[in-house]
Design a protein around this ligand. Structure first.
Ligand code: PAF
Length: 284
């Protein structure tokens, strides 16, 4: 596996591969890789000839009071994990390589950035859209793989890809869960034992919502949201939001239908915020 720090080098590597007729995939990450990330890499490898994983903790997607400085970093372990998956190149630029002095441009996917996680994190999705755009331009992939766990991000990336005419296939890979249902996240490692138990309320709420819906189209979204609140409250979590929205445009549904997704964010303790989501009418 090649470890590449410079924009110019990863760009020429990708161009060289494409000239040879290889299909190239990109898996963007912020490092601190876990099984969830590895499943994205496996997906990418299964559909293309060469896979690039980017590892970049993107300062622009963290708000002033968020965890940029303490965001977990484990470079050596990440290299071994990516190498173990047969990744062809790990692109791990220094911050100034991506955002040189006097960098001024930002990409905003306006409407999709506003609700849900965007409410509490006003700069987050602008930062994501900007870095994803740059990563697309730098690595010129044919395919990019994103996790479905970051549901709002995935919808936004699809929109950005369409709006900016990228000829890139965006693949949403299924959420990878611990045995007890907790969706894998780099932030899970912040949880203490009690927090870890409370965190189960996210997947439990999703399970209960699916049970409530039982494949019917006529269930009111509010009933699902009330049930979610009850489960999160009882577990001692603090519900940040729970919404039932359309899987393609994030517009709230009044009644559950086959495109409805339940998405929620829960605060565990003062500083840990976890998200989860699922389609309500089929396993995803
Ligand atoms: O999902 C993430 O880890 C990040 O938001 C991404 C897509 C790598 C952009 O920094």
């Amino acid at each position: 596996m090649k470890i590449v720090h410079s924009v110019r080098e990863i760009n020429s590597l990708s161009k060289k591969w494409k000239k040879k007729g290889y299909k190239v995939s990109l898996v963007p990450t912020m490092g601190c890789l876990h099984e969830g990330h590895l499943s994205l890499m496996r997906k990418a490898k299964s559909v293309t000839d060469k896979t690039i994983v980017s590892l970049f903790v993107n300062s622009k997607q963290f708000g002033p009071n968020e965890d940029l400085d303490s965001y977990p970093r484990q470079f050596q372990a990440d290299c071994s994990l990516a190498e173990g998956e047969g990744v062809d190149a790990l692109f791990c630029p220094e911050p100034e390589e991506i955002y040189p002095e006097n960098f001024q441009t930002s990409i905003n996917v306006t409407l999709l950035s506003q609700g849900m996680c965007g409410k509490d994190r006003p700069v987050h999705f602008g930062g994501v859209a900007t870095v994803v755009t740059k990563l697309f331009n730098i690595t010129i992939p044919d395919v990019a793989v994103f996790g479905k766990k970051d549901f709002q991000q995935l919808v936004l990336v699809r929109q950005l890809t369409k709006d900016l005419n990228y000829n890139i296939e965006i693949i949403g890979a299924p959420i990878f869960r611990e045995k007890d249902g907790l969706a894998m996240s780099s932030r899970n490692r912040y949880l203490d034992d009690a927090g870890r138990r409370t965190a189960l309320c996210l997947s439990q709420a999703i399970h209960a919502a699916k049970e409530l819906v039982k494949g019917r189209q006529d269930v009111a979204a509010n009933t699902v949201i009330e049930k979610t609140k009850e489960i999160v409250d009882n577990a001692g979590g603090k519900l940040d939001y729970a919404v039932v929205v359309n899987e393609f445009n994030l517009i709230p549904d009044k009644f559950v239908n086959k495109h409805s997704v339940l998405a929620l964010a829960v605060k565990i303790g003062d500083s840990i915020r976890l998200i989860d989501n699922s389609k309500l009418m089929m396993a995803s």
